[in-house]
Design a protein around this ligand. Structure first.
Ligand code: ADE
Length: 221
């Protein structure tokens, strides 16, 4: 899967995608990351990418010409890829969407906004607008990295055998993490729950499901 990210700050993104599992996914040939610097498509000798808004208002907007040129370039590299615009206005990103996107296995082109926004006409090239939550970031880069991370870890071969079970239980909507423990058995007077030491697998499974539900009720409802 080709993952192309259009940004004014590609140097912000590459260290994240080139670390740990995301990097290993590329090493294994499962994904290929490409960073596209919007500045390279800027206009004139100063490579201008922004301008003031019609109608007045504070701040600068990303101009349409560099955005269109960058997206069209990315499309030329992967014609079937879908174009994702990262924006707080978009559809809320949830695990279900990550599973869908991983299942589609189509290339992804991310457009990361900056400054006060972008010329609205970019929407004509966009397949999906995605928000990672009801808050406003200074740009779309952190949001794009979040989506890449959530999707790539679900691709076959990235995490090993574990993720297919995870997809299954998430599709039932209740796999929020249960608490886990490792050695030592007691640390600073905090003991590992007795049930986990019992060796009774059915009992442990029941406990984990109850804990997951409890976490869900506490934080998600
Ligand atoms: N760009 C700025 N804020 C964002 C958000 N919450 N989600 C996605 N993209 C964004």
């Amino acid at each position: 899967m080709k993952i192309q990210i259009i940004s004014l700050f590609p140097e912000m993104i590459s260290p994240v995608l080139e670390t740990s599992m995301l990097w290993k996914a590329q090493e294994k040939g499962i994904v290929e990351y490409r960073y596209i610097n919007l500045r390279d498509f800027g206009i004139g000798p100063r490579k201008t990418v922004d301008d003031t808004p019609y109608g007045g208002g504070d701040g600068m907007l990303l101009k349409p010409e560099p955005l269109f040129a960058a997206v069209e370039y990315a499309k030329s590299q992967d014609p079937d890829a879908l174009v994702y615009l990262m924006t707080p206005r978009g559809e809320r990103f949830i695990q279900r969407r990550a599973v869908d996107i991983a299942g589609e296995a189509k290339g992804m082109i991310f457009v990361c906004g900056r400054y006060e926004g972008y010329d609205e006409r970019i929407i004509s090239l966009v397949d999906r607008q995605i928000s990672i939550g009801d808050f406003v970031l200074t740009g779309g880069e952190l949001a794009a990295m979040t989506v890449v991370d959530a999707v790539v870890r679900l691709l076959p071969g990235v995490l090993g055998g574990a993720q297919s079970a995870e997809i299954e239980s998430f599709s039932h909507g209740d796999n929020l993490e249960f608490p886990q423990y490792t050695r030592p058995e007691t640390f600073r007077d905090m003991a590992v729950p007795e049930v986990l030491l019992s060796g009774n697998h059915a009992e442990i499974e029941r406990w984990r499901q109850a804990q997951s539900r409890a976490q869900h009720n506490k934080y998600k409802s």
